[in-house]
Every structure is written in structure tokens, then in C-alpha cells.
Design a protein around this ligand. Sequence first.
Ligand SMILES: O=C(O)CCC(=O)C(=O)O
Length: 270
Amino acid sequence: MSDMTSPTAPFAIDEQHITNFREHGFTRIPGLIPAEEVAHWRKIALDTIEEDGRRAGMGGGGTALRTTSDPWWKHDSLRDLVRHPRVGAAAEQLAGTPMRVWSGQAYAKHPHDEVPTIWHEDLTLTPLDSPMNVNAWVALVDVPVERGCLIFLPDSHKRPEPHRAEMSAVKSHATTYMFEEWPDLEWYPRVTVPVRAGDVTFHQSTVGHASNGNHSDGVRLAFIISYTGASAIYRPRPGHARMDEELVPGEQLPDGRYPRVSGLTETHRP
Ligand SMILES: O=C(O)CCC(=O)C(=O)O
């Protein structure tokens, strides 16, 4: 580990991860969550999806993902994972700017649910103006290639602007919109990132990514935490669903529901 890069961070990530993330748009941090914590969160995530499960939308695209119907703040069980200080600190150090939590959700792909997650970038789906948005994909089980780990397009965040497509494009041709918007991306090398339980991958919202279906006998279980800049402005575009009635277009996000990473504390240990 290198020196602390933020006075509020409980630890510091290796410089190599910062370089990977900024150069290529993503990185994998092995073992960020210890095994006993992973077991605790795995049970909570599975139970919560079981109680409140629905099929994930992904802007109209086909996907086998199951997630919770309600946002994370309505699930006491998920709140501490969304506010995980070490994952937040890593996201902030990678981004190199103060960040806050935007969302967090458990996602399961059940055994032999073989529908892939479409090629997409997250920015188009995000109703925020922020110079940086980061997704942390927390592996709660081992996810080898055949279980549907993430596949990234390295360097795709460096493509020419505009980086955001219209939501109407995602809704009308979800499975092909990304390569129609940015045809060069279809010919970029693709990097498949198998992960062990407790590993976390981080990617920028402008990076193209997808995942295959689950061709294995075990569930693929992950918790995805989305972070945005601490000064992000809520700016929904046509086609964005309204998730939170309290948000005011054109204004910053309230600290209570969307906590700043600098305010996250270690309260959740099992
Ligand atoms: O888990 C998946 O298949 C997709 C995840 C994803 O799109 C993301 O983390 O941004």
C-alpha cells in the first residue's frame, strides 16, 4: 500500500490501481473485502433479493440480472454495505476528487440464467452532471468467466465526445446502441476480468462494459455501489426514471441520503 492520499481515508490503495483506472478506465483490487465480511454480505444480499426481487431493466436491454425493487435507502440491511468506508475511500482515491454515494444495489444472476448484460456505458443512464462517476462491483462470490464476470473495453473512456447517448437510443435498440453510437468501440480489445469473492472492480461511467450470462451451477452475486462527484448536480434527461422525489433538478444531492465518502465511518462490521 502507498502513503495515504486522503486524510479521511482509512487506508490507501496501490498507485498501480490509480494508474490503471485513469489510463484504462477500470481496475480490479483483489481482496478489498475480507472473507468473513463477504460471507455476512452474501447472506444479506441474497435474502434481500429474495424478499424484494425484480428483474433488472438496464434501460430496456435484455439481462438476466435480479435486483431489489426498492432503492437501497429503503433496505436497512443494505445501508451499511452501500456506506462501506473502505470501498468508498478506494473509489475516491481512484477518482482523485471528493466523491459521494449515488446508489447501491445487490445483483444476482442465477445458475444457467444465460442472458448476457448488454454492452453499455453507465453515463447515459445516469441523471447527474459530474466530472467523474465510478462504479464499484463488489464480488460476493467467486465469479469465473463462465459465471458471467465483467468484460471491459480498455481506454474507451478516451473516445471523442460526446460521451452520453440519448436514452431513446438505449430504449429502442439496447443491445446495439453503444456500437452504433461509437462504431470504433466495436473493434477495441476486450478484457475479461474474473474475480474472487471479496475482490472489487472499479470502472468509470464512460467505459464500455458488458457481461456474459451465468453458464455455471452457482449464483453470480455482486453488490454494485455507484459514486459521483461530491458536487454533482441532479439533471435528469428525457427517459430517465425518477427514483427519488426529494431530488430537485439543477441542484446538488442532499448529504443525508447521498453521503460524502469523507463522512463514511466503520459501523458495519459483522
Ligand atoms: O453485473 C453486470 O452484469 C453489469 C454491471 C454493470 O453494468 C455495472 O456495474 O456498471
